[in-house]
Write a new protein. Structure first.
Lengths: 78, 419
């Protein structure tokens, strides 16, 4: 697992209070990890803070799984 | 109007988690006041408070993890966590866990707070200032606004009746109980989960209340002596935090299911001083009219009141004005009445004070014990009323009056009676 994936996983575990083993690439924040719409907003904010990037709203809407987040951040973070 | 009884009690206070733990320490004469260590106080005029004893849940400590997941606690200010814990205890005590649609629709929530999530507003303001608007959490608003205590409790327990909140400063808790009782009396609900919750122990609140000259500042080295209602050396209130929640129920509804009946809420009075934003009216007329309205609604004679749980915050002006208003209400019956301020032990819980004190009043009826007024060494005025100094006292109690007065000149009184 890449460094970015590890950091994403850590944030997801912390914010959603889920078991680390559930945070797999295909896990959907809402359907699989129990997040609600506000949780996903907060997750995106946490990614922005951790990776020092700005995630515009239209891009945030496409980030629905752990893998989506990792892919976006691998492409956009410095 | 329909009769309303109290069938469940729950609280989190500076004396501990839970009704029985708090009550036994209150009767023992313990104080919840201490130096604040959670944040820097070196530049604050008041460096003491009555804080919740957090812990693993043993020995009366408060373990928030028992009522809310850690990730949910993170999203809300502590007043909501306290409300959740007290509501949980009260509903368990009442044995009321509505499952059918009809029972859920008939059960409402009315929990207020004086200033709600002021600590979280302070923190988020700093985030906004330092990091900008994109770092303000989506949980900032729903975790701070006052009616979210009612909202969270309703969601946790499936309570789909009236969902309401009261904001009347330091009379919030009493107004919440009184208004909830009215909703039941008028048929809007059969059961109400009612009370107040507050979490003001932070730098911003201590600075703000000290600026109003409302806080004690002369006992920073002797915190347990600071809250001293009616004593000549009193110099302001000691801030407290916590929640008090009562389950109120329509009398026949409670009887039909064999619920425990703690007391009946027979009187509720409200008034406004229309005088000053923070100072009580010097003639005590607002307090007098409020108590008079509650007694009239109760259909009793003032001489029937056995115990008064005073507002008695330990401020130089307020205590004596309330005392004079009570003397005026009782007339010659003052000589046989007892009145104490439990704020001497737990501090001033602001919006939670009225409901916590309503619970103490109910327990005075149940156990025939009057909680003491601590630190009352030298009363500043002479009165025939027994102010229960220093030590709890045994006395049969059938009728209680509980007073709460708030900034803005808002007053509430409750009269409760043995069922």
């Amino acid at each position: 697992m890449s460094d970015i994936a590890e950091r994403v996983k850590k944030i997801v575990v912390e914010h959603l209070g889920v078991e680390p083993e559930k945070v797999v690439e295909g896990a959907n924040f809402i359907d699989d990890l129990g997040a609600d719409s506000l949780d996903t907003v907060e997750l995106v904010m946490a990614f922005e803070e951790e990776f020092n990037v700005e995630i515009p709203d239209d891009a945030a809407e496409t980030i629905q799984t752990v893998g989506d987040a990792v892919k976006f951040l691998e492409k956009n973070s410095a | 109007m329909r009769r309303v009884v109290v069938t469940g009690l729950g609280m989190v206070t500076p004396l501990g988690s839970g009704v029985e733990h708090t009550w036994s320490r209150l009767i023992a004469g313990d104080s919840g006041a201490a130096k604040v260590t959670a944040f820097a106080t070196d530049d604050l005029a008041c460096k003491i408070a009555c804080s919740i004893p957090f812990g693993d849940g043993t020995d009366g400590t408060f373990n928030p993890d028992r009522v809310m997941e850690v990730k949910e606690q993170r999203k809300v200010d502590p007043f909501i966590v306290y409300a959740m814990a007290a509501a949980d205890e009260a509903l368990n005590d009442a044995g009321w866990h509505p499952k059918t649609d009809d029972d859920q629709y008939a059960t409402g929530v009315l929990i207020g707070s004086g200033i709600g999530g002021i600590g979280g507003i302070y923190d988020a303001s700093i985030t906004l200032h330092e990091k900008g608007p994109r770092r303000v959490s989506p949980f900032f608003i729903p975790g701070r606004i006052i009616n979210l205590a009612s909202g969270q409790v309703s969601i946790a327990h499936g309570l789909k009746g009236p969902n309401h909140a009261v904001v009347t400063a330091c009379s919030t808790g009493a107004h919440a109980v009184g208004d909830a009782a009215r909703l039941i009396a008028l048929g809007d609900a059969d059961v109400m989960v009612a009370g107040g919750a507050e979490s003001p122990v932070n730098r911003l609140s201590l600075a703000g209340f000290a600026a109003c000259r409302a806080l004690s500042t002369g006992f920073n080295e002797e915190p347990t002596r600071a809250s001293r209602p009616y004593d000549k050396d009193r110099d302001g209130f000691v801030m407290g935090e916590g929640a008090g929640i009562l389950v109120l129920e329509e009398y026949e509804h409670a009887k039909a299911r064999g619920a425990k009946l703690y007391a009946e809420i027979v009187g509720y009075g409200l008034s406004g001083d229309a005088y000053h934003i923070t100072s009580p009216s010097p003639d005590g007329d607002g307090a007098f009219r409020c108590m008079t309205a509650a007694v009239k609604r109760a259909g009793i004679d003032p001489s029937e009141i056995d115990y008064i749980n005073a507002h008695g915050t330990s401020t130089p002006m307020g205590d004596e004005l309330e005392l004079k208003a009570v003397e005026r209400l009782l007339g010659p019956a003052a000589a046989k009445a007892s009145m104490s301020s439990t704020k001497s032990a737990i501090g001033h819980l602001l919006g939670a004070a009225g409901s916590v004190e309503a619970i103490f009043s109910v327990l005075a009826i149940r156990d025939g014990v009057l909680p003491p007024t601590l630190n009352l060494d030298n009363p500043s005025v002479q009165t025939e009323i027994d102010l229960v100094p220093h030590e709890a006292k045994r006395k049969r109690v059938d009728v209680v009056l509980s007073n709460s007065f708030g900034f803005g000149g808002t007053n509430a009184s409750l009269v409760m009676r043995r069922v």
